[in-house]
Design a protein around this ligand. Structure first.
Ligand SMILES: [Zn+2]
Length: 397
């Protein structure tokens, strides 16, 4: 296995070059004129940004067959050469890690799942190193260099520092994961919150393409939220933004693992559903899958737990809509399997709590399997490679 070339870097880390590249990546192929229109950059600035990207082989030109000729010459379209570079994305869950090898267009070429023997940083790192090794071997066979690794982890993740500050789900505190994974794999590593990583994938390739302001809300073990404001994924000044799971919807509600009462997650997270049905029925309930089964069989306590969860999620989404006014909220996560049980309550609570035209926000459900989350992790590695980091208040000039 040949070591990845660390010397090769993206041609220019200017905001214009990153913006042009991501616009072509998510919306291309495009003519330079159309790129100018969509980015708001002058035609001259577009030409200047495109040139080094073509010279380095990251962008290529095609003659447009159906576009009108420009200035008497056939119009040329600019697109990303997907085969120019490869990336690896890893999504860490409680019981397995999911790895994808993608091309520069973030198209998934290979997917691998590996069960985790446990959740300690050492165990996750060892599994990650093994899986990355397998994917590097695949890349070797394609004769294309892997330029970066993205790892997506739930919880409070400081992307700039490459550290997982606090992951309640994994029970980690202050793990310098980027540094450890870089030493183990020899690749440049980007570590980000998993919902933010998924949000990048949705912004570039999913239901967020072309939207300036949208949110991704994930429902499952935890309730997460990724935010895009003015076209940028928001990380917040402290790396924590969009913690919809810990928005209080009932101050007298159940205790949350964060120490507060009545958080959305304390009512609508998987653990909350299990706890409520146990308490109401006095019977042992193993997990959220069993609550779902009970609800589908018509067990009242399970159906009521989902109704309350839907109400809490709807209120949480209304809070996001009232604060940021997104055009769309994409609802996803493994909890979508139960969507028929709480869709009505989510919408009703959202409409009741959304202020004025914030209620016009388009609520859309998208089943996104963990492969897509891993693809999001690869997208964060592409972001780092092209120098397009998320907004972070204290680093904004
Ligand atoms: Zn909480």
């Amino acid at each position: 296995m040949s070591p990845p070339s660390r010397a090769e870097t993206f041609p220019a880390h200017t905001p214009a070059v990153s913006q042009i590249f991501t616009t072509v990546l998510s919306q291309g192929p495009l003519t330079r004129l159309e790129l100018s229109r969509r980015t708001g950059l002058s035609p001259a600035a577009v030409t200047k940004a495109v040139r080094p990207l073509i010279e380095a082989g990251y962008l290529v030109e095609d003659v447009a067959e159906d576009a009108p000729p420009a200035l008497g010459r056939p119009a040329t379209l600019v697109r990303v050469d997907g085969g120019r570079a490869l990336f690896i994305g890893i999504k860490v869950t409680g019981d397995e890690i999911i790895g994808v090898l993608t091309d520069l267009r973030c198209r998934i070429l290979v997917v691998r799942h590996l069960p985790l023997p446990g959740r300690t940083p050492q165990q996750v790192l060892a599994a990650t190193t093994g899986l990355v090794g397998e994917l590097l071997t695949e890349a070797d066979g394609m004769d294309v260099t892997v330029m970066g690794l993205g790892v997506a982890v739930s919880g409070d993740v400081d992307r700039a520092e490459g550290a997982v500050r606090y992951s309640p789900f994994l029970e980690w505190r202050d793990v310098p994961l980027a540094e450890l994974a870089a030493m183990a794999t020899g690749l440049p590593v980007t570590v980000d919150n998993d919902v933010r990583a998924l949000t990048v994938a949705e912004q570039w390739f999913g239901a967020g393409v072309g939207l300036s302001d949208f949110a991704v809300v994930t429902v499952g073990a935890g309730i997460g939220c990724g935010l895009v404001v003015h076209g940028r994924v928001v990380a917040g000044a402290h790396g924590v933004a969009g913690e919809i799971g810990h928005v209080t919807v009932d101050p007298a509600g159940p205790l949350c693992h964060c120490g507060n009462r009545g958080c959305v997650e304390a009512i609508a997270g998987d653990a909350a559903l299990v706890r409520e049905v146990r308490a109401a029925t006095g019977t042992e309930v193993a997990d959220a899958a069993e609550v779902l089964e009970l609800a589908h069989r018509g067990v009242a306590a399970a159906r009521e737990a989902y109704a309350r969860a839907g109400d809490a999620i709807g209120r949480g989404i209304a809070t996001v809509a009232n604060l940021l006014g997104p055009e769309r909220v994409i609802i996803s996560g493994e909890g979508l399997a139960a969507y028929d049980l709480f869709a009505e309550q989510i919408r009703a609570a959202f409409h009741a709590a959304a202020f004025g035209s914030a209620a016009e926000c388009d609520l859309r459900t998208r089943p996104l399997p963990f492969d897509e989350w891993a693809r999001g992790a690869a997208a964060t590695a592409i972001q780092s490679f092209i120098g397009s980091e998320p907004v972070r208040a204290r680093s904004t000039p």
